[in-house]
Design a binder for this molecule. Structure first.
Ligand code: ATP
Length: 256
């Protein structure tokens, strides 16, 4: 397709650096990409260990989805190299995963900043909502920190386009984890329960307690997201509005 061609880049323009971490399909490296205009851009390069056609298709499906996304709080895809060894080249966010960042910076991050991260994640999700896309793996380990004032939602490996009916079913419980993780220094929600128990507890009406540092106004917003009936929950655009209000724009000169 035309979109696919647009994203194809030449391996000669990518300079591979050190290993950043281990992805599901293979190592992720940092590197530099020389753009057609000669600009040098720092990048993260996802590689794929297994070069069988099946695995490669799965690996590249994430990039296929990302090609159509363009949002200030979503990881930006630069291009793909579809010949072996296949590579996915993305913009580099040098502060790494939000989960780790929350732990490292726990004594430096204000409530206003944490609320700003939630707002930015919500903006990304409202954008996906407009495209009928569900992310299906929202967690602070899948959010990258571009700068201390800017986070980007990534890891679209499980994302799907779905119809409206399905959308409401899929929305169940998703937002609980990110917000609570952001205000609990990246601790996993319900870490005190076995996996199988979580659904039972939710079904019986149990909800997560308010993390200590979470402002009450934000927690009351969260409890609305946990309404048992999906139609009783706010959508992401409504959440963005409410969060903007509780994030008091005057404290965030960078937020527009
Ligand atoms: P999984 O599905 O297990 O999460 P994955 O294949 O999606 O794996 P990632 O978790 O996205 O791989 O990446 C592996 C490592 O590379 C992570 O530690 C992540 O922080 C880092 N990384 C990935 N993309 C970027 C990026 N654009 N900028 C900076 N670091 C990145």
């Amino acid at each position: 397709s035309g979109a696919a061609k647009k994203c194809r880049i030449s391996r000669d323009d990518v300079f591979l650096g050190r290993i950043l971490g281990e992805g599901f399909f293979g190592e992720v490296h940092d590197g530099v990409y020389k753009s057609p205009t000669g600009e040098r851009i720092r990048v993260a390069v996802k590689t794929c260990k297994d070069c069988s056609a099946d695995v490669k298709d799965k690996f590249l499906s994430e990039a296929d989805l990302m090609k159509n996304l363009n949002h200030p709080h979503i990881v930006h895809l630069i291009g793909v190299i579809e010949t072996d060894p296949v590579w996915i080249v993305m913009e580099l966010y040098e502060h790494g995963e939000l989960g780790n960042y929350l732990v490292e910076q726990q004594y430096n991050l204000s409530t206003a900043m944490l609320t700003l991260y939630c707002l930015q994640i919500c903006k990304a999700l409202a954008y996906l909502e407009g495209l009928n896309m569900v992310h299906r793996d929202i967690a602070v380990r899948n959010v990258l920190v571009a700068s201390p004032e800017c986070v980007k939602l990534g890891d679209f490996g499980l994302s799907r386009y779905i119809d409206e009916q399905e959308y409401y079913k899929a929305m169940k419980h998703i937002i609980i984890s990110v917000f609570v993780e952001v205000f609990s220094t990246a601790q996993q929600p319900f870490f005190w329960l076995e996996n199988g128990q979580v659904i039972n507890q939710l079904e019986s009406g149990v909800r997560l307690p308010k993390p200590q540092s979470c402002p009450p106004i934000l927690y009351s917003l969260l409890t609305r997201c946990w309404a048992y009936e999906p139609h009783g929950r706010p959508n992401f655009s409504q959440l963005v509005c409410s969060l903007r209000y509780s994030a008091a724009p005057s404290t965030h000169p960078l937020e527009v």
